[in-house]
Design a protein around this ligand. Structure first.
Ligand SMILES: Cc1cc2nc3c(=O)[nH]c(=O)nc-3n(C[C@H](O)[C@H](O)[C@H](O)COP(=O)(O)OP(=O)(O)OC[C@H]3O[C@@H](n4cnc5c(N)ncnc54)[C@H](O)[C@@H]3O)c2cc1C
Length: 445
């Protein structure tokens, strides 16, 4: 065989599997390095587990793409630590494509709050991960903390997931304690208020107050609810009104509390645990958000969850521009200062939407939020679709760049394959995707 291009892809989920599939279709040999046993990323660990149909559908798409004969998975291997990027850069690959998503929670800007992580304070990514996996018999992560009266800081779609998890878990447990076995999934499907009305019960009867979502702006300003740039002022006003109404219905269905124009400014602690937050009022002035001095109020709570966004994890050797990787070419996602290293999907923007489809992404997001609030769809269908199509567009540009350079010689290709095979052997990968997945696939809970 003559020379062939060989590419390493970091991350095997929506963006990574799409990137690998697109390149493999063009005859490129792909090795997909994935830190976890299963390559499903946010679909398995971020999408709350009541979206079971959507999860299975998305996992099937990833399985199909990673089963391409030119795609080889290297599971349980974290690029950045072992192997280090510096080492891999010396292997002579045609390209490295980062599709490693956005797994670092944006730090909550309250001095000292991180010392309470796991002791009454959680970030969204680890909280949803614990919620999704704790019913599994072999779950060994931190126990999921649930408390009535929890405070959730956020405002995006993911923060609404957190609120739902807290309310559903609290009510399900309280109903169980009274001998009313409704079940978690029927409760999610029907909504808390309907179930309680049917049983002739209120939250107070269950001894619950409900959690509170604290948002610095108004519900009409939620980040996923931007309106089309061409909209008239009347259309904007109508969209905002509709969204508020839908949100009120959602609030009614899950019975939580909402504080808009509020932001946490300090944590209240009792030595080794968080016991609440000091929250100040805010006001929008000329488009800027002002924290109002003297408006602070203390809220007691055993549990605080921050859901203010996810950003890419820093990887030693990749330059950063604030929260995201420093990119020198928006079209390909080529990383500044590194030859033939690219980043696609959430790894570039910290969000799912790529730059070239941002306008489209906004319009879609508006429907997505409204679907989510109305309960007519999970809200994530379109955003997952956007993540895959965004990665495909970028990888097309990457493929054109790769095609401009000489392929690896047969010896170079053989040497690279040996490197990846050694990594696969180290973790006991049998060399076949279907056989590996049979071993590590989770039973449905
Ligand atoms: C709850 C939730 C919230 C969302 N919020 C938003 C949003 O606010 N805005 C938006 O636009 N889209 C959002 N999305 C959509 C998001 O774009 C898609 O979910 C999509 O899953 C992202 O795909 P990805 O492949 O880029 O990242 P991921 O699904 O995060 O996959 C990355 C993969 O890389 C692996 N990985 C990470 N680091 C390494 C490493 N160093 N070495 C090896 N492997 C590594 C991970 O294990 C993972 O499998 C959200 C999705 C969900 C489910």
């Amino acid at each position: 065989m003559t020379g062939q291009h060989v590419v390493m892809i970091v991350g095997g989920a929506v963006a990574g599997s799409e990137a690998a599939f697109q390149l493999a279709q063009r005859g490129v040999l792909c090795f997909v390095v994935e830190q976890n046993e299963r390559p499903y990323g946010k679909v398995e660990d971020g999408l709350p587990r009541w979206h079971d149909k959507l999860r299975l559908q998305e996992e099937k798409k990833i399985d199909e793409k990673l089963s391409h004969p030119l795609v080889h998975l290297v599971p349980r291997t974290r690029l950045g630590t072992d192997p280090a990027l510096e080492e891999v850069l010396g292997w002579g690959l045609s390209a490295i494509v980062f599709a490693n998503g956005a797994w670092r929670d944006r730090p909550l800007p309250i001095p000292g709050i991180d010392r309470f992580i796991g002791r009454g304070f959680w970030y969204q990514n680890s909280f949803v991960n614990a919620f999704n996996h704790y019913p599994e018999p072999e779950y060994s992560g931190p126990p999921l903390e649930i408390a009535d009266n929890a405070l959730v800081i956020g405002g995006g779609l993911a923060s609404l997931d957190i609120v739902k998890i807290l309310m559903l878990e609290s009510v399900d447990r309280a109903l169980d304690a009274r001998g009313e076995r409704i079940g978690f999934y029927p409760l999610e499907h029907e909504g808390i208020s309907k179930v309680l009305a049917r049983l002739g019960l209120s939250l107070q009867d269950l001894g619950l107050k409900g959690c509170t979502l604290v948002y610095r702006r108004s519900i009409e300003d939620m980040p996923l609810a931007e309106v089309d740039a061409d909209a008239t002022p009347e259309q904007v006003a109508q969209a905002r009104k509709t969204r508020r109404k839908l949100f009120q219905n959602f609030l009614q269905k899950y019975l939580f509390q909402f504080r808009e124009y509020s932001t946490p400014v300090a944590c209240l602690d009792a030595g080794d645990r968080i016991v609440g937050l000091r929250v100040a009022g805010t006001e929008a002035r000329n488009g800027r958000l002002i924290t109002l001095p003297g408006s602070e109020m203390d809220f007691s709570s055993e549990l605080v969850i921050s859901s203010i966004g996810s950003i890419p994890e820093p990887v030693p050797g990749i330059p950063m521009d604030g929260e995201v990787y420093r990119i020198k070419d928006d079209l390909t996602g080529e990383v500044a200062g590194l030859e033939r290293v690219f980043a696609v999907g959430n790894a570039v923007t910290g969000r799912g939407n790529i730059l070239s489809s941002r306008r489209h992404g906004r319009v879609v997001s508006q429907h997505m939020l409204e679907n989510y609030l109305a309960g007519t769809a999970s809200g994530y269908e379109e955003v997952l679709e956007n993540a895959a199509s965004g990665a495909a567009v970028q990888v097309n540009a990457v493929a054109r760049r790769i095609a401009e350079q000489a392929p690896l010689s047969p010896e170079g290709r053989a040497a690279v394959i040996r490197r990846f095979q050694a990594l696969q052997e180290r973790v006991g990968y049998p060399g076949d995707y279907a056989r590996w997945m049979e071993r590590v696939r989770l039973p449905l809970v």
